[in-house]
Design a protein around this ligand. Structure first.
Ligand code: ADP
Ligand code: MG
Length: 305
């Protein structure tokens, strides 16, 4: 039985797909599909620590704040992020707990420290919320950009994750055998100030936050579950070539050549490079269907030293 510790990061887009009409029904169905694959991984003997994205959900909640602001108080982006940790944490905890009797699943509200001078605050880059067919008018501080071939989408600042505030608590729960869900949506971005901790209006990239989480729990493998089976070169061109295994150096070269756009595959490869450089053993990027086979070395894209 493997006793490897694996941090699994599931994509917000594989929970609420951009290609479907959003609803709680869709969301719970996708959570169920993801959880049954994660349950298989746990049953195969891997020690799992779970995190998830929140791009679609946090953007929807932010939009709700703006639409309803004349009726109910508007909440800032960090509070919206906290709400998504509750929403997705609850759905994952409820579903996974039901599939793994005897296993205690615990969602932690997690704060992640960022630097107020991070350049990410001046250059919004993280895609959130619904897709638009044409470019919406930027107003009231809202900024939009094209999200690859999927349409136009709002972007918000995405600073670097520096430190997980609750790292000692996460370590303790993991060592006691809990299946911990932490750093949801990249963690709630916060500043450390002289007077304590303050919320930061941003959304941290969950792939980069997952690297911090993996370091905190001493994981040897970082598994990123998304909506493609493999990472590709020349993605969506006639010359597309899917990758089975890549070394750190090859990943860096492909990255420099521009195969991985910012806001989608770019942060995953950046996360992979960082994790391996900081002593991680391997990174796997694949779909939920191939997650367990990929852990056994039979599918997906593996990035290793
Ligand atoms: P997640 O919510 O899982 O983080 P993202 O949308 O951020 O999902 O990233 C996954 C997406 O990246 C895929 O759906 C795919 O369309 C896109 N993508 C961009 N470049 C590549 C590439 N070179 N290989 C594979 N997928 C790519
Ligand atoms: Mg993403």
């Amino acid at each position: 039985m493997p006793r490897e510790t694996v941090v699994i990061a599931i994509g917000g887009n594989s929970i609420l797909s951009a290609r479907e009409k959003f609803s709680i029904h869709q969301e719970t169905e996708h959570v169920k599909e993801s959880c049954s694959r994660i349950a298989e991984i746990v049953q195969a003997g891997y020690k799992v620590v779970l995190t998830h994205g929140n791009g679609p959900q946090v953007g929807d909640i932010l939009l709700q704040q703006e639409i309803a602001k004349d009726r109910v108080p508007q909440m800032p982006l960090d509070v919206c992020g906290a709400q998504t940790q509750g929403e997705l944490g609850y759905l994952l905890q409820r579903t996974l707990g039901g599939m793994l009797p005897g296993k205690r699943v615990f969602t932690m509200v997690t704060q992640v420290v960022v630097n107020p001078r991070d350049p990410g605050f001046r250059k919004p880059s993280k895609f959130i919320g619904p897709f638009y067919k044409s470019m919406p008018r930027s107003s009231g501080g809202r900024v939009y950009r094209r999200d690859s071939d999927r349409g136009f989408r709002r972007v918000v600042p995405s600073p670097e994750p520096l430190e997980i505030v609750e790292k000692a608590e996460i370590r303790k729960l993991v060592s006691q055998g809990f299946l911990v869900i932490a750093c949801g949506g990249g963690g709630i971005p916060v500043f450390r100030t002289k007077s304590g901790i303050e919320g930061a209006e941003a959304v941290i990239d969950k792939d980069l936050a997952a690297v911090r989480l993996a370091m905190v729990v001493g994981a040897s493998t970082l598994l990123m579950i998304t909506d493609v089976d493999r990472v590709a070169l020349n993605y969506r061109t006639p010359r597309q070539r899917d990758l089975d295994s890549v070394t750190l150096r090859e990943a860096e070269t492909h990255m420099k050549e521009g195969h991985f756009p910012p806001g989608s595959m770019g942060p995953k490869i950046e996360a992979a490079i960082r994790f391996i450089k900081r002593g991680g053993k391997r990174v796997i990027i694949t779909s939920r269907e191939l997650a367990l086979p990929a852990l056994k070395g039979e599918g997906g894209t593996a990035i290793t030293r």
